[in-house]
Design a protein around this ligand. Structure first.
Ligand SMILES: [Zn+2]
Length: 288
């Protein structure tokens, strides 16, 4: 007579596992923000040709994780909010890197108003993490200087050096110099202590490049790529950008993250993937 009870319990468990991933708290949410479109002038930097990719455009995306124990901002865009005025139409912005390199971003919305529309004031952000130090990931970092900066020392030291690396915009993160810092010295860093939001080392693109794993209660597990890849074709064709700090390290990081994706069943969201990002629902909507 005990069998039906066991079966009932098993059915109940399977129903629960469909509605909520084990250990992921209700209230865990992932927001996606639109940071504009980056036009790539030179595909050879990615060891690709224009005919090998679906589009040469790249999306710029930033993310925010709301967890019962805190709020994590992941990346901060390519264009500082204060540097342009929205008109409601896409606006072309020309950015000049400190070394004179030019970049063009077409952008429609500022980042902080998108946060506010999602009900999050910048001061409510408790943790900031950047996938890496390149200019198109740091533009509004100063707005989160009151948060605890989760950063690998090798990355922070390079950012704040007297001569910062190429492709950085030091003025956009200068305020982080005074921020509270949690130095990440392990490959994995469990942000809220319950295994649902984990920063993972994926070095190579820059010395402290990292990706973000989020296990959502209903959507399931997602890995935000940083710049482990820019174009999905880099993954399909096995191409590594010429400007990665350590290309052999990138290859190893890709293998490691691929193995993790298989183990965890997580989806990979390539942050610069124009076609993939266009399909994501944007804040104030969210993934939970
Ligand atoms: Zn990038």
């Amino acid at each position: 007579m005990r069998l039906p009870a066991v079966i009932t319990a098993a059915c109940l468990l399977s129903v629960l596992s469909v509605t909520a991933q084990r250990g992921s708290p209700d209230g865990l949410r992932l927001y996606v923000f639109d940071g504009g479109t980056l036009a790539s002038a030179d595909m050879s930097r990615y060891r690709l040709t224009a005919s090998e990719v679906a589009t040469t455009n790249m999306s710029v995306t930033c993310f925010l994780v709301r967890h019962p124990r805190g709020v994590l901002m992941w990346d901060a865009g390519a264009v500082p909010d204060a540097s342009w005025t929205p008109t409601g139409r896409p606006e072309l912005q020309h950015l000049t890197m400190p070394d004179g390199q030019m970049r063009e971003v077409t952008i429609t919305s500022r980042l902080l108003p998108q946060l506010m529309a999602a009900g999050v004031a910048p001061a409510a952000v408790t943790h900031l993490a950047l996938s890496h130090y390149h200019w198109d990931h740091t533009a509004n970092a100063n707005a989160f200087a009151a948060a605890t900066w989760l950063v690998r020392p090798v990355e922070r030291d390079a950012m704040l050096a007297a001569t910062p690396p190429a492709l950085t915009q030091p003025s956009t993160y200068a305020s982080l110099r005074g921020s509270r810092v949690t130095a990440i010295t392990s490959d994995d860093y469990d942000v809220f202590g319950d295994g649902t939001v984990v920063i993972k080392i994926a070095a190579g693109h820059t010395p402290g490049h990292q990706v973000l794993f989020v296990r959502l209660p209903r959507t399931g597990a997602v890995v935000l790529s940083g710049d482990l890849y820019h174009y999905p074709e880099e993954r399909a064709l096995g191409r590594i950008p010429t400007f990665d700090a350590d290309q052999a390290q990138t290859a190893a990081a890709r293998q490691g993250i691929d193995a993790f994706l298989k183990r965890s069943g997580a989806q990979l969201w390539i942050q610069h993937d124009f076609t993939g990002s266009a399909k994501l629902r944007k804040a104030p909507a969210y993934y939970d």
